[in-house]
Write a protein that binds this ligand. Structure first.
Ligand code: MTE
Ligand code: MO
Length: 524
């Protein structure tokens, strides 16, 4: 039997196993996706420096790359097992079972699935894989036998020569290829279908049916002139679909409001639990808050501004009654992620909230539906837990997800300006050109932005009307651009009068600093 046929049979069998498993995971709640489970286990176990390097080089493509890598390794493994199955079918079948067992073993990394669900999907996957392998190996043998037998007989008649494999009957060959190809195609369809089925659509309907309560304290009206509306300049509010997304979840957790609960527990006098309906009945506030990721490079786009609505943290803490020694608030996600920050921040910053809505609609699944934390002034990795399921009051010794992975325990957002217009590396016409961007220093506000052309003096930019200290502010400088190559730098001053530092630091451990600098060519 030819090697190509063996490996093809193995690849089709692996595809069938994975495709069926994904379909089962998509149809049933609490049944994990084995591919995602392995991916989650990889994410959880790689050292912090490697995870940082992956995010730095791949950005948000890190997830597709990881999943692609798992599928590639699976395909190679399938090819190897297929080769083995040509001679030794049982060991190859055992290989399939071991492969499925690996996926099942990884499943506890996904706290949303049950052990029974993992066992079920592993068994189904292994059975389908072994079954398909058996059928295809048989078909390949038939194909091979059809090709080899007449030739061997011929060779025997002449009493000499070696029985070299030759082309089989075209019909047997075709039968095998159609079988292997068809199985693989069906398996891919099943896998994609399972992924799509995994609850997203239903969640969209549930979200659409939710009526948001009116907040008792509204965010101020947006003053005319808060959005300069300069072409190319970031809008004041980031649309939800364009809001940056950073999390460790390979598949967006689909959390239905029914059955979801928020627990407030730990070092409190009266721990309590809220259903979604109960949370929605509590008095809510609305606030315009700029959220930033600690991994945002100077000039980067891992930052966004939204109008958030939710229940103030302070109200929940007052109800629970803080005990002495409760110095840290740790948010726990249904996906196992954790982030912690000083309890004092939760008490001092009035707008710190359990958010349920973003820009006037229930949180999108990607941004933490049904509830998440939003804390003005802190990077997301220490504060903004999405798919929140518990608020735990602890002492300072507990570490959130990113802390043992090389990030600072405290994560205040650094004052930053970003130049959006002109875009770095572009060519603009000589004459009056806008230089424009945004600047943020949540909780402190932005009091000034200055721009420097080449080695010239720092020139004050015009600021858009202030919306809130917690959100970014647009700025603008009319520039008389002269022909040639120019560098443009910017720096912001926060509400405390502190000028953004020019000291360049990398994103790790506590956020990038330094001036944003762009290069443009001005054409005569
Ligand atoms: N459950 C969960 N919440 C999370 C994270 C995560 O990995 N898992 N990442 C945090 C980080 S690092 C950031 S910057 C913000 C990003 O929020 P966004 O995706 O809504 O922009 O979410 C925070 N909340
Ligand atoms: Mo982040």
């Amino acid at each position: 039997m030819r090697r190509g046929a063996g490996s093809l049979a193995g690849i089709a069998a692996v595809a069938a196993a994975l495709g069926t498993a994904e379909l089962v995971a998509g149809v049933f709640d609490r049944v994990p996706s084995l591919v995602i489970a392995v991916g989650d286990a990889v994410v959880d176990s790689v050292p912090g420096w490697l995870e940082r390097a992956a995010i730095a080089t791949l950005g948000t493509a890190d997830k597709p790359v990881l999943i692609g890598g798992i599928l590639l390794v699976s395909t190679l493994l399938g090819a190897a097992l297929g080769l083995l199955a040509r001679r030794w079918f049982l060991p190859a079948a055992a290989g399939f079972v071991a492969f499925a067992a690996l996926g099942v073993a990884a499943a506890p990394a996904d706290p949303r699935s049950t052990v029974l669900g993992a066992l079920l999907v592993g068994t189904v996957g292994a059975a389908v894989g072994v079954g398909v392998l058996l059928v295809l190996i048989r078909a390949a043998r038939a194909d091979h036998a059809a090709g080899a037998t007449p030739r061997a007989a011929q060779a025997g008649a002449h009493g000499a020569g070696t029985a070299r494999p030759v082309m089989a009957e075209p019909s047997d060959r075709r039968r095998f290829l159609v079988l292997a190809g068809g199985t693989t195609a069906l398996a891919v369809l099943a896998g994609v279908g399972g992924f799509l089925l995994s609850g997203r659509e239903r969640l969209g309907e549930l979200r659409a049916a939710i009526r948001l309560p009116a907040p008792f304290r509204r965010a101020g009206p947006v003053p005319a002139g808060a959005d300069l509306e300069i072409p190319g300049l970031t809008p004041l509010f980031t649309p939800n679909e364009e809001f940056y997304r950073i999390d460790t979840a390979l598949r967006v957790p689909i959390v239905e409001p029914d059955g979801w609960q928020l627990e407030v527990r730990g070092m409190v006098d009266e721990p309590f639990t809220l259903t979604y309906a109960e949370l929605m009945e509590l008095p809510q506030i609305e606030a315009d808050i700029t959220l930033a990721c600690v991994s945002n490079e100077v000039g980067g786009d891992l930052v966004g501004n939204a109008r958030w609505q939710g229940v103030p943290l302070r109200a929940l803490l007052d109800r629970a009654g803080l005990q002495e020694g409760a110095t840290q608030l740790v948010g726990r996600s249904v996906d196992g992620f954790t982030a912690g920050f000083p309890v004092l921040t939760a008490l001092d910053v009035e707008e710190a909230m359990v958010a349920v809505a973003m820009n006037g609609e229930p949180l999108p699944a990607e941004h933490g539906f049904p509830a998440r934390l939003v804390v003005p002034g802190l990077y997301g990795y220490v504060s903004a837990t999405k798919w929140l399921e518990a608020i735990e009051l602890t002492d300072w010794d507990v570490d959130g997800y990113w802390i043992p992975r090389g990030w600072a325990k405290e994560g205040p957002i650094k004052t930053q300006a970003r130049i959006d217009v002109p875009r770095s590396g572009t060519t603009v016409a000589a004459g009056r050109q806008p230089v424009a961007g945004v600047a943020w220093a949540p909780t402190r506000g932005i009091e000034g932005v200055e721009v420097r052309i080449d080695d010239g003096p720092w020139q004050p930019a015009e600021l858009a009307e202030r919306l809130d200290v917690d959100c970014w502010r647009q700025w603008y400088l009319p520039w008389d651009a002269t022909p040639g190559r120019h560098t443009v730098a910017a720096r912001a001053t926060d509400g405390l009068g502190e000028v953004q530092t020019d000291e360049r630091t990398p994103v790790a451990p506590d956020g990038a600093s330094g001036y944003p600098v762009i290069e443009v060519v001005v054409e005569a």
